[in-house]
Design a protein around this ligand. Sequence first.
Ligand code: UDP
Length: 330
Amino acid sequence: MSRERVLITGAAGFLGSHLCDRFIREGYHVIGMDNLITGDLRNIEHLFSLEQFEFYNHDVSKFVHVPGELKYILHFASPASPIDYLKIPIQTLKVGSLGTHNLLGLARSKKARILVASTSEVYGDPTVHPQNEDYWGNVNPIGPRGVYDEAKRFQEAITMAYHTYHGLKTRIVRIFNTYGPRMRLNDGRVLPAFIGQALRGEDITVFGDGSQTRSFCYVDDLVDGIYRLLLSDYAYPVNVGNPDEITISDFAEEIIKLTGTSQKVVYKPLPVDDPKQRQPDIARAREILGWSPKVSRAEGLAITYDYFKSLPHDRLYDEEYHKDFSKFSK
Ligand code: UDP
């Protein structure tokens, strides 16, 4: 029996690797693509022995060629943390713009359906709360996050243009903060930062006064929302995230309790353009996809902590660890 084939870009990343797992489980042949700038092959090494998985080491900002048929394309290649945008701003812009253009072209030539990973960052530092899909956002194009936010906004624009002009079957998911196993320990994101600090016996670094909020979605819930959106016939953007909102200082307390660390919270300057509050309005996902998150933060954090604890101890130290936050702070 020949399996339907799906291309997943960013396959070695946090979300991409979980998507590979899900599509393999659903019976597809998965072609993973990644240039490994921020991706890590350890996230997908368990798939290499499977005949229904293959991997291309390729940068999608350059022309993308995949032999054979494709049923679906999921574009998840992109740096996705503020520290990465500072380190590799041009690549961040290119993968969201040129990379998306290449994959839309590939989707056209293969007559494939394409889903692109957008982000709550299209809302910037939002003046509307919670954020629904009709809000146009409050983005600083030339701030440190601008390279990501504007690339993703362009991505949505070109994806809609291919939909309306070429009749391409397109899907746009706006992803809110997501966490789970395989997050990169050193990408500066708040959850791996806090858990890494607890495991290394370092102080927990809260930026600003910690009153800013985020709403954290467990990765399996997110992947399920994405899967449902891909199979739906809805071409407009859909928020997928968990509306359970928490301040960063309360989140730090949760991590301290979970890990039992005796370290204390230390306060660092707030990064430039750090959104003050963020919470998805998921009415559209509920209505159109029949989706809502199932995993509570307590359950999800416990699984994620077990994952980080299970890593070989030197993984806590083996990658460049960013202690110097000063260069992107006010
Ligand atoms: N944050 C923090 N300490 C850290 C890393 C992040 O207090 O060591 C804060 C950060 O300033 C932001 C929130 O946690 O307000 C979430 O940051 P993250 O980089 O995970 O995601 P984003 O800002 O893109 O939502």
